[in-house]
Design a protein around this ligand. Structure first.
Ligand code: IMP
Ligand code: MG
Length: 180
C-alpha cells in the first residue's frame, strides 16, 4: 500500500477540500461575469483543480498546459519546457493559472511572461501549496491554500518519479524511498 511509503501526512484531504471551498467562493465573487480562463498545469494540478472548480459558482472555462521543469528526482533542473500549449487565444482574457505547488518559481514566472507577451487581459496564480524557501526567482501566487516548509512532498497531484499523484493527501516520503 502507498501509505507504507509515507513518513508523515502534512495536509489531509479534509483540509484541502475546505481550503478549495474557500478559494472557490472567493473566485466566484471576484470573477463573476468575467468568464475567466483557468489554466491547469498538467499533470500535478489535476486533483486540486478538480476540487476547486466544483466550488466556483459562476461561468469559467478550463484549459491545460503541459510544462516540465523536474525531469524526475527531487531537485528542480532549472529549465522550463512547454510540452503542450493552449488551444485558445488568451488575448484580453482573465487568466488564472492553477498549480499544485510553487517552489523555485521558475515555471510560473516564465508562464506569466509568456501570457503577458500574448496580451492576456489579467493574469493571476492560484496554487494549492507554496514553498517560499525554495524560491530562486521573484514571483508570488495571488491565491495560496497552504504554505509549507522546504520539504519534498507527494500526493494530491504531486509526484515522485511520476508516482504517488493519486494519494488523497499531501505527505512526506520516507527517506528509504529516495535511496532505492
Ligand atoms: P518551480 O518551477 O520550481 O516552482 O516548480 C514547480 C513544479 O515543480 C511543480 O509544479 C511540481 O511539479 C514540481 N515540484 C516542486 N516541489 C515539489 C515537491 O515537493 N514535490 C513534487 N513536485 C514538486
Ligand atoms: Mg508540476
Amino acid at each position: 500500500m502507498l501509505e507504507n511509503d509515507i513518513k508523515k501526512i502534512l495536509i489531509s484531504q479534509e483540509e484541502i477540500v475546505e481550503k478549495s471551498k474557500e478559494l472557490g467562493q472567493r473566485l466566484t465573487e471576484e470573477y463573476d461575469g468575467k468568464n475567466p480562463l483557468l489554466v491547469g498545469i498538467l499533470k500535478g494540478s489535476i486533483p486540486f483543480m478538480a476540487e476547486l472548480i466544483k466550488h466556483i459558482d459562476t461561468h469559467i472555462e478550463t484549459e491545460f498546459m503541459v510544462v516540465s521543469s523536474y525531469h524526475g528526482g527531487t531537485e528542480s533542473s532549472g529549465s522550463v519546457k512547454i510540452i503542450k500549449d493552449l488551444d485558445t487565444d488568451v488575448a484580453g482574457r482573465d487568466v488564472i493559472f492553477i498549480e499544485d505547488i510553487i517552489d523555485t518559481g521558475r515555471t510560473l514566472k516564465e508562464l506569466k511572461e509568456l501570457f503577458e507577451f500574448r496580451q492576456a487581459g489579467s493574469i493571476r496564480i492560484a496554487t494549492m501549496l507554496d514553498k517560499p524557501e525554495g524560491r530562486v526567482v521573484e514571483i508570488d501566487a495571488d491565491y495560496t491554500c497552504f504554505t509549507i516548509p522546504n520539504e519534498f512532498v507527494v500526493g494530491f497531484g504531486l509526484d515522485y518519479n511520476e508516482n504517488y499523484r493519486n494519494l488523497p493527501y499531501v505527505g512526506v516520503l520516507k527517506e528509504e524511498i529516495y535511496s532505492n
